[in-house]
Write a protein that binds this ligand. Sequence first.
Ligand code: AHG
Ligand code: MN
Ligand code: MN
Length: 342
Amino acid sequence: MATSGDVPGQIVTIERFILEQQSIQPEATGVLTNLLYDLALAGKIIASRTTRAGLIDILGNTGEENVQGEEVQKLDKFADRTIYRLNDHTGRLAAMASEEHPDLIPIPDRFPVGKYVLIFDPLDGSSNIDYNVSVGTVFSIYHRKTQDGWGTIEDCLQKGRELVAAGYFVYGSSTMLVYSTGHGVHGFTLDPSVGEFLLSHPNIRIPEQPKYYSVNQGYQRFWSEGVRRYTEWLQGQDGSRKVLSLRHIGSLMADFHRNLLAGGIFYYPADAKDPSQPHGKLRLLYEAIPLAFLAEHAGGYASDGRQPILDIQPTGLHERTPLFIGNRDLVEKAEAFIQEYG
Ligand code: AHG
Ligand code: MN
Ligand code: MN
């Protein structure tokens, strides 16, 4: 933590921090800096709505279905629109892609295009909104691959290893932003009284001693042999390891964030819930890749059970993937169980 007790340590706003990070990258032009700053602003605007969700007529769903066939919550739409509107006209982006849109979101032709693509899940965990449970936003930034003109799907379908930056917001008991440009993973807490994100968790590393495992155990009967045996191993049932506590919120940003700070593993396996959904529920592009990037830069690891998430070549905007993410040794153990038992 940067500060403790009543005596504040050095107060670093996100603006100053992003600018200082830019100065350690000599090739930086300031475009990424401003893009990150716009995203921080989007997070503040979304937080201002999530914290008032019970007060204004924004709860409940809109009666529509999104591309994933799920009910769209009003706050999802608000968050989606906020991120889009802050970024459509800046000349920093060639295109955007959102979990809420079936296709690529082009930059309107009255605005200039830029060199980055922005991929985001505007509101993750939205089924939790009505119950006052933490939700989140997650984003990825890539360099465009095409040379000029409007961005294309090809610009979005890049491996996680190509990421320029990724981050997420958790709208919880406080609002936090955690992001990385590949130079450490840094966490900021929104001070609502001054409206600034302040550096609270510099250089996050996943603790070596994990505390928690996180999975929707309600789907246990759909698990493969490997995932079942792995879970028993996490529970210390064979006596070979210390017992891990189970913590599962059902809101990926909150589950990931807790395990990033406390140590542990989150998984949503391939065969959970619906055998007709062989790749699980989570989205490779919007959810798995940005969190995998953050996990690796914090000393952890993410896998689909067989290969690193960051090495997977995406083939579609809404592709799903199994996800095992957290302490490296725990994720590698999951791979070993899956390799042996399927
Ligand atoms: P989204 O709200 O963006 O559709 O994603 C929700 C995800 C994720 O946050 C969570 O881990 C998972 O759905 C929970 O799903 P289950 O209820 O199937 O466990
Ligand atoms: Mn999501
Ligand atoms: Mn979502």
